[in-house]
Design a protein around this ligand. Sequence first.
Ligand code: ADP
Length: 781
Amino acid sequence: MIYKKKKRNMPLIPLRGLSIFPYMVLHFDIGRDKSINALEEAMVNDSLVFLTSQTKPNIDMPGVDDFNKVGTVSKVKQMLKLPGDTIRVLVEGINRGQILEVTQEEPFFEAEIEELIYEEEIIEDKKTETLMRMVLGSFEDYVNTGKKISGEVLDTVNEIEEPGKLADVISSYITLDLENKQKILEAFDPNDRLETLEVVLQEEIEILKIEEKINERVKDQINKVQKEHYLREQIRAIQAELGEDESIEDETNEYKEKIEKGDIPEEVKEKALKEINRLSKLPPSSPETGIIRNYLDWITELPWNEETEDILDLKKSKDILDRDHYGLKDVKERILEYLGVRKLSDSLKGPIICLVGPPGVGKTSIAKSIASSMGKEFVRMSLGGVRDESEIRGHRRTYVGAMPGRIISSIKKAGTNNPVFLLDEIDKMSGDFRGDPASALLEVLDPEQNSTFTDHFLEFPFDLSKVMFITTANTLNTIPAPLRDRMEIIQVSGYTEQEKLEIAKRYLLPKQKKENGLSDKNLSLSDNTIIDVISKYTREAGVRNLERELANICRKSAKRIVEEDIETVRVNTSNLNNYLGTPKFSYDLIAEENEIGLVRGLAWTSVGGVTLSVEATPMKGKGKIQLTGKLGDVMKESAMAGISYVRAHAAELNIDEDFYTNKDIHIHVPEGGTPKDGPSAGVTMATAVVSALSETPVYRTLAMTGEVTLRGRVLPVGGIKEKVLAAQRAGITKILLPWENKKDMDDIPSKTKREIEFVFVKDMEEVLDHALVKKDDENEN
Ligand code: ADP
């Protein structure tokens, strides 16, 4: 390593935050007067200045101690005056130098510099060579990692053979803090310089690697966010094209307006506003927006405080009930009483009306009349088949496709919070593992609890205390007891043929004519024809099918009127089957003769009363009893009771006392279809057995019903009115009823009472006395 030192005076410029290495080209701006003076001085001489960095870059007017002693002798290559007093200079570093003495401070710094001039620089030893390779390798790493320097620089650097120069050139390319730069500058010995550079390079590479990692991560994040943003913008653009872009904002505004204007409880409002806020922040495509919208729609459309004013005018209620319904005297009376109590107590905290009766007897339409007479809205909800508590109380909103329960849905449909709410078929509800709907319903119906009925979906209590609930059922047996306790039961029983005729003439036919666009003179239908429709085409306690058949006739008549251009269609008993087809039912009419072992019983079914012919036949055997036909378990038991009675009284009845050891008895109840109620066939079966064993016929015009005990007592049974009506239809003229059913005679229309002979019996003896044909009558058929 050969270099010489040269001392000379030259102007000095302190650099702020910069430093320059030999071989390096640098441009920077000069503004300070002292520096400009120094530059001017240099220009008039040999263009050389000594550049050294300030130890503290923020000092504006540096003193002698404020710059490093080691710097670079540089040559000014270019000067450019910039607007203002700034001058941009381009300099090239020539040699290292160090200040021996600052010789002048004003008007610019001048110093005596010892310049180190390299004359010949060669690789002297292995160490230098190794260091050079290491530095080159590290620099290559640095370039590759940082990617801030072009690859061509590597080629240039690779060609440098002088170790000191190599260090200086590389140093000029890499980003270094001033401290490290100064360290390298102060390393006069090339080996020292390479070593210092290598350490610095390694540090820098580490930093670059970390930076790179961080950048990668940041970039990933940004990419994701940008992608979403970009997609969302695209959706907005598409929506704008489709004219839907106002949607979200308009929508939220609309909701806000509705919520603020709506008569909604404060806490619900608050929650709704929160949801609106959430909605506005969600991307339109998010599935959650649908859920929120659904919720808001419900909240805004529920009649939280909407109510109609109640009219409690008993006279008016009576008029409306009478106007809409024929007969039903008791039912109407009970309802008016109920309304009267309501009027006096001015509260709903009474029992709930439950209208019990077969289908089609007008339960729904009574409830409707109650609503209209009180000026209330009317909603109906069927509980038939409801088996899940959530159908009553709704699903939580987290549940996919969640909706409010049917109570709240119906209230929304009603549009007021005090409608008449008909819960239909309360007896058809069933519970399973998903929870018991009955207990949820109990809460709905309980005046103590229903003011805060909370639907899972709404999450807020809705006041049901102003709702007037009315329930209907076909039978009381299947209504859960706690529910039944809440209710005031009003029985609506079936209609007689005569009543049906009146209902058909006054209500059903006019209604159907109107619906089918027929005037009175368009269709003529005699009473007898209507009775045929009732008896041959329907078998029901109510009038639902009757109404359907009449509608059928009206439709077909309307068609004929149009097609054949005639004015009046006459439907009579002989052409009725052209309209309704062949009769669907033939009544189990009375037999032609008195027969042995054949007794007419009466039974009650959910669609009304029926007659049933019980047959008994003794056969050779070992005392077995065989029962066939549609027999419920209870009916089997009453058959056994009847037979036991016969066994006990065999002697009096003129029956072979050993009949149960040498004869089998076969009992058959032929009429099928609906399951019959049980015990009320007891007397019938016992009579059939006695008749068969004693070979005595039974009067054919007689029918009976009643339960029988082992000792032959006849116990009362239910459904008397329906049974009597069925007997009348079949042409029966005498009916045996249990003594204790006398009280039920009030329900029987007086016309029926006139046509049929009723006998009230206390025991089997009396039954048999009336049933078995007397010797004198035997030839009288
Ligand atoms: P339910 O609810 O008992 O099954 P609905 O109320 O639906 O029966 O009655 C069926 C049809 O019969 C309705 O059109 C109703 O108006 C009519 N109806 C039933 N009973 C009467 C009656 N006593 N007077 C007039 N119409 C009646």
